[in-house]
Design a protein around this ligand. Structure first.
Ligand code: DGL
Length: 257
């Protein structure tokens, strides 16, 4: 067994959204230690330049590597789109990225119309265009920038009436085109599920890539023989560049669910 097997999985996001991926990692690999870094002090990433997102992603990765991460999960669609190629070149650890789950949505749609809700950075990235061109042939993709939604999750205003109204504005044009799949192209958005549930008709499904990202992380750990043999309680550590109390209260909120 390699010494590094006992090291943690490192996860970062622009903020708290990547915790939707953390939840799936914990569910699938309950023995692995995980270190999570929320860059809430610099959140949101969505309207930043590609260069800025690359610099921040490098900083986040360096932080996790200093803490001994054996693999890095970029639990942020925006950072993946802007920076994953560079991260893979620069650092000698496996990286798992995330991107909007256009492929399964395009495969499963019956109406041939799917919606993608994501940040400006993700929707305008080359990577997203490539994914769309490759996997959504013959399907109409209705894209919507979720302006303000990341901040709503960061500020824990999920259940406020203004959130319902804003999300309704974003969903209405997609629903008017009879989408039956809506891809959650930002890791913050799964935390808005209770609000989506109030607004979506029953025949419309949300597509969250987080479980697939957790499975991909497991496959990579197996491939590089990096799985832990740990049978004692795993250790979870959380760091933020923002407000620690907000992180703690968010962790309590998601763990109580
Ligand atoms: N969770 C990030 C994502 O998946 C949010 C990006 C942002 O901070 O705007 O894209």
């Amino acid at each position: 067994m390699k010494d590094s097997n006992i090291n943690p999985i490192g996860v970062f996001d622009s903020g708290l959204g990547g915790l939707s991926v953390w939840l799936e990692l914990v569910r699938l690999m309950p023995n692995e230690d995980i270190i999570y870094f929320a860059d809430s002090g610099n959140c949101p990433y969505g309207n930043r330049s590609k260069e800025e997102i690359i610099d921040l992603s490098i900083r986040n990765t360096e932080f996790l590597l200093r803490k001994g991460a054996k693999i890095i999960v970029v639990a942020c669609n925006t950072a993946t789109a802007a920076a994953i190629k560079i991260l893979r070149k620069k650092f000698d650890v496996p990286f798992i990225g995330m991107e909007p789950a256009v492929k399964p949505a395009a495969k499963q749609t019956k109406t041939q119309h799917i919606g993608v809700l994501a940040t400006k950075g993700t929707l305008e990235s080359e990577r997203f265009q490539e994914t769309k061109n490759e996997y959504a042939k013959g399907v109409t993709v209705h894209m919507q920038i979720g302006e303000g939604l990341v901040e709503i999750v960061e500020n824990q205003q999920i259940n406020e009436r203004s959130t319902l109204i804003l999300l309704q504005q974003y969903l209405q044009p997609m629903l008017a085109h009879h989408v039956d799949k809506i891809v959650l192209g930002c890791t913050h958005y799964p935390f808005l599920r209770p609000v989506f549930d109030k607004l979506l008709p029953q025949n419309v499904d949300l597509v969250n890539p987080a479980p697939a990202v957790a499975r991909q992380t497991l496959r990579q750990l197996e491939r590089f023989e990096l799985q832990t043999k740990n049978i004692i309680e795993p250790k979870y550590e959380f760091y933020t560049s923002g407000n620690e109390e907000i992180l703690e209260s968010f962790l309590k909120y998601i763990q109580a669910k």
